[in-house]
Design a protein around this ligand. Sequence first.
Ligand code: FAD
Ligand code: NAD
Length: 467
Amino acid sequence: MNNFDVILIGSGPGGYVAAIRCAQLGFKTAIIEKYSSLGGTCLNVGCIPSKSLLDSSEHFHNALHNFESFGIEIGTPRVNLEKMIQRKNEVVEQNTKGVNFLMDKNKISVFHGVGTFISNTKIAVKKEDGSSEELESKYFIIATGSKPVQLPFAPIDKERVITSTEALNLKEIPKHLLVIGGGVIGLELGSVYQRLGAEVTVVEFLDRLIPTMDGALSKELQKVLKKQGMKFSLSTRVTDVIRQGDKVTVQAIDKNGNEVSFEGDYCLVAVGRSPYTKNLGLENVGVEVDEKGRIKVTDHLQTNIPNIYAIGDVVRGAMLAHKAEEEGVLVAEQLAGQKPHIDYNLIPGVVYTWPEVAGVGKTEEQLKAEERKYKVGQFPMRALGRSRASGDVDGFVKILADEVTDEVLGIHIIAARAADLIADAVSLLEYRASAEDISRMSHAHPTYAEAIKEAALDAVEKRPIHM
Ligand code: FAD
Ligand code: NAD
């Protein structure tokens, strides 16, 4: 009964997608999840709940600031935070229940409890009530994800000094939210509370926001968020976080070497996430980890123990749900004897601020570092009829193409609906389009996507039509 072909440990987007693909390929499959709810970080305390609150806060922001100019008079809107959080919880529940349904439909056995390796063919599942059962399998796929990085001088008290998990469940809107880290989480959750009326100050160690994305996007995003009221202190090294009652003080050294301090009532620590392998019993089987605690894997996502694989946030690479999913599918198909492949250069990155930010392929900084000769095409959203109609005039599309062959090497967008537009960009790079190819494709009018064609025209011959 408790003997399987493949066991997944962790039910996030890596684990549950891998389980489905394994079951589709005919493997007898089980999944172990330590929490009662399936879906991992992404569905429970990550992608889905944050997007629900981003959407709620965006509706509020539009009602407060934009409806009137669109000819809609509703009086002064008010926030019901409790209801907003309740709706978010309902959205999470719909999604996690959806995963339960998919497990049933694909006849995947689900075990709730902490999975700990006993040997390379046996794993113990320790349940909350203290009982334990043993499962056996030919193959294992570790998909245990990640947890927030903590700063040694800023212990998370889950009340005032918080991680993203608590920020998704606040009981009140902060008066002044201090955010340590100007990365994806800091800017997305900072945007939520800024739109709901909080003062938000972001303290970032580096000299730019969203440091892994194209530098032009960082600059434009900072400009737009500043216009929305968010404050920034870049090149600032946080040295201490002190909580006194309802007050939190962040002490830091600014870019000129001066001591500075910021006072608020909540502090969100969003300085990255680290791989999670606690209680997995890796030492019992000898699975190796690297200096950052990530499980070491080959290009085929195989660990040093041949029948144990690892995917998602717990291994090297971007910590993104869709990257974890692709890796889950890759391992399942390999086990079935197929020869799948992932092009990591074509995994898009998205930030769900407004406007949204998205990029795929090489950034200009990467091309410079590679000393590759390239050309740039750029087109501002404000020149489009679609943008003027919706009032979303901030941002641009930037295309990087090889100077000689014209092959598109990177597409970087900051615009309304950039998160959806980037799918087109991925296809263009996957099929190795040239900038001229794009410039000769019909783009429906009026759409935000027209900016991609115009940026391509700019890259080809500096001849956009609408500028
Ligand atoms: P996880 O989703 O972390 O799942 C791991 C699971 O393993 C967990 O459920 C955990 O309980 C379980 N587990 C751990 N150890 C054991 C054990 N020993 N036994 C049994 N179970 C165990 N990514 C995006 O692509 N888009 C977004 O919009 C986005 N938004 C995010 C917003 C926030 C606030 C956060 C925090 C993250 C966000 N991410 C987003 C990142 C995304 O959530 C992760 O990249 C993704 O969840 C990784 O998937 P995973 O399957 O590797 O691990
Ligand atoms: P991140 O790596 O995106 O950003 C962390 C930021 O904190 C960086 O800019 C870094 O320079 C800064 N930083 C680090 N130490 C600091 C310090 N001591 N003081 C000040 N700043 C400091 O990490 P995150 O925002 O915590 O997100 C974690 C992961 O979750 C990311 O890898 C991201 O991919 C994923 N995520 C993705 C999405 C999305 O896809 N939309 C949304 C949320 C989270």
